[in-house]
Design a protein around this ligand. Structure first.
Ligand SMILES: Nc1ncnc2c1ncn2[C@@H]1O[C@H](COP(=O)(O)OP(=O)(O)OP(=O)(O)O)[C@@H](O)[C@H]1O
Length: 229
């Protein structure tokens, strides 16, 4: 297997600074990270360390000041915004702390939509959506709207939506941070189960050391550089 195929995401020498008044805050100071296919990596670290900034850059939502991002073997740096959007739709899934589901659509429709935007037929998109919802125990809730679901159920739907287009890489920012500890535990176990079952590479930011221990390895940001923990 070539390196380009087995590699989900590669970040090289990523730097990002923000102006804070007259000062410059160097949040990312040369971040290197390779996520192989199927690898699940925890991104831990104190508030303000730069986790969200790193996830935005890895997710092609923001450009770094310096450095390169390879997603599924494609270098993203020189691409136009349109090409980056296409690459993101093809290869990336996102889960946020809040579910961001469309409230007027049912659970299954929320998982169908990204597939149809990517060009799938309604029929195949629906079959895949129902399969994903079934894997997180939501088959019986597929036709419910987000407002009719519990917080944990909403977040499970958001996980299915992120995996709907069979991305190469899943990025998650505190995916269970908004749930009570018991629900967070269950939803996190399901997230790991469905991620492991799909072979997607995942980078998951969490404040919770217990959750971090369940992943394949953990990295943290120390003075803007990633180190293994
Ligand atoms: N657009 C911006 N402009 C200026 N400063 C920013 C911007 N985005 C982030 N920062 C600063 O960069 C630092 C890192 O922020 P970031 O949100 O990446 O941290 P984090 O590790 O995700 O924190 P948390 O765990 O609280 O979400 C913070 O000091 C923040 O204030």
């Amino acid at each position: 297997m070539s390196e380009a195929i087995s590699e989900g995401l590669r970040l090289s020498g990523i730097r990002r600074r923000f102006a804070q008044g007259k000062e410059t805050l160097a949040v990312l100071n040369g971040v290197d990270l390779t996520l192989r296919s199927g690898e699940i990596v925890a991104l831990v670290g104190p508030s303000g360390a730069g986790k969200s900034t790193l996830l935005h850059i890895a997710g092609l939502l923001e450009r770094p000041d310096e450095g390169e991002i390879h997603l599924a073997g494609t270098a993203a740096g020189d691409l136009s915004e349109g090409e980056r959007t296409r690459l993101r739709r093809l290869h990336l899934g996102f889960v946020y702390q809040y579910h961001h589901l469309l409230p007027e659509f049912s659970a299954v429709e929320n998982v169908i939509l990204p597939q149809m935007i990517a060009g799938a037929s309604r029929r195949s998109a629906r079959a895949r959506a129902l399969g994903l919802l079934d894997r997180v125990g939501l088959a019986a809730r597929a036709e419910h709207r987000p407002g009719q679901l519990s917080g944990g159920e909403q977040q499970r739907v958001a996980i299915c939506r992120a995996l709907a287009n069979a991305p190469k890489v899943l990025l998650a920012d505190e995916p269970t941070g908004n749930l009570d500890p018991h629900t967070a535990e269950t939803v996190f176990a399901e997230l790991l189960g469905v991620v492991r079952g799909s072979g997607v590479a995942a980078l998951i930011a969490t404040h919770n050391p217990e959750l971090a221990r369940r992943m394949d390895r953990a990295v943290t940001l120390r003075e803007g550089v990633l180190v293994e923990v």
